[in-house]
Write a new protein. Structure first.
Length: 271
């Protein structure tokens, strides 16, 4: 926690004196970039809120992480992003790779990683991050449905986000199909599955793809699925029509890390 507070202090120190005013002036919604999805959401997702992304299986970790990170980058709009995760996921799901993050479009200068020994430690870090007005977004990665991550914990996160203007993304691993997701104060809840990328010239791996389903959206319609592609150079998601797909043979992880989240034939990084 001491290291986290030092990192947050440095982030605050890099910001100008008008952070609070700037946070209040941020657009209420952020778009994903895919016109059909944004229209279905009523213009986009809300900032200063808590959103959830579920990975039903371990094999979907890369897709859920990539989709949540894409949303965080959209919400942050160039401001610092913090990722808090349980430390055992470094070995089990894969260690975050600096080169892979950069290829995904993450600026290392505005990215911070925090590791917690358990869900409770990660949640404490997340609450501290949610109170840091200089952050643009924070990702909170937790495996399963630990007791510490109950409705009260998500309410605490949601209220902190509303007060500070920071947009939070709760990434739940192995939750969403076989395991029923518990009640939550999240404004939206998504489920993500791994998806093959579309090949580039000479059958090279293309941009990261995600198959996502909107399970819940407060105040709006839900239960709708899309296949989305992350356009790193443009910094937005776009919808991919199924009829246009020409998938590569074999599974290509949607998000690069050190240590495969799925068992697949080694290929060039898709980011």
């Amino acid at each position: 926690m001491a290291a986290l507070r030092l990192a947050l202090a440095r982030i605050e120190g890099r910001s100008d004196g008008g952070v609070q005013a700037a946070s209040m002036e941020r657009a209420r919604l952020f778009s994903l970039g895919a016109a059909d999805v944004d229209a279905f959401l009523g213009g986009g997702l809300s900032r200063a809120s808590l959103h959830e992304v579920l990975a039903p299986r371990g094999a979907d970790w890369s897709a859920a992480s990539g989709f949540a990170l894409a949303l965080a980058l959209r919400a942050a709009a160039g401001r610092p992003v913090l990722w808090a995760r349980q430390d055992f996921l470094e070995a089990e799901a894969g260690r975050l790779n600096g080169v892979g993050l950069a290829e995904f479009g993450v600026d290392p200068a505005v990215f911070s990683l925090v590791l917690g020994r358990d869900a409770q430690a990660v949640l404490r870090a997340a609450v501290d991050a949610a109170r840091c007005r200089s952050l643009g977004a924070a990702m909170i990665e937790i495996s399963g449905c630990p007791r510490a991550l109950d409705l009260t914990a998500t309410l605490r996160l949601a209220r902190a986000a509303e007060r500070s203007g920071v947009t939070l993304f709760l990434l739940r691993i192995r939750v969403g199909e076989a395991t029923r997701a518990p009640p939550s104060a999240a404004v939206s809840r998504w489920r993500a599955h791994a998806q093959n990328s579309r090949p580039l010239f000479a059958n090279a791996p293309g941009a990261p793809n995600f198959s996502v389903t909107l399970l819940r959206h407060r105040g709006g319609a839900a239960d709708r699925s899309w296949r989305l592609e992350w356009q790193r150079d443009r910094g937005f998601l776009r919808e991919i029509a199924e009829a246009r797909n020409a998938p590569l043979s074999g599974l290509v992880p949607a998000f690069p890390g050190d240590g495969a989240a799925v068992s697949a034939t080694p290929r060039r990084r898709a980011g």
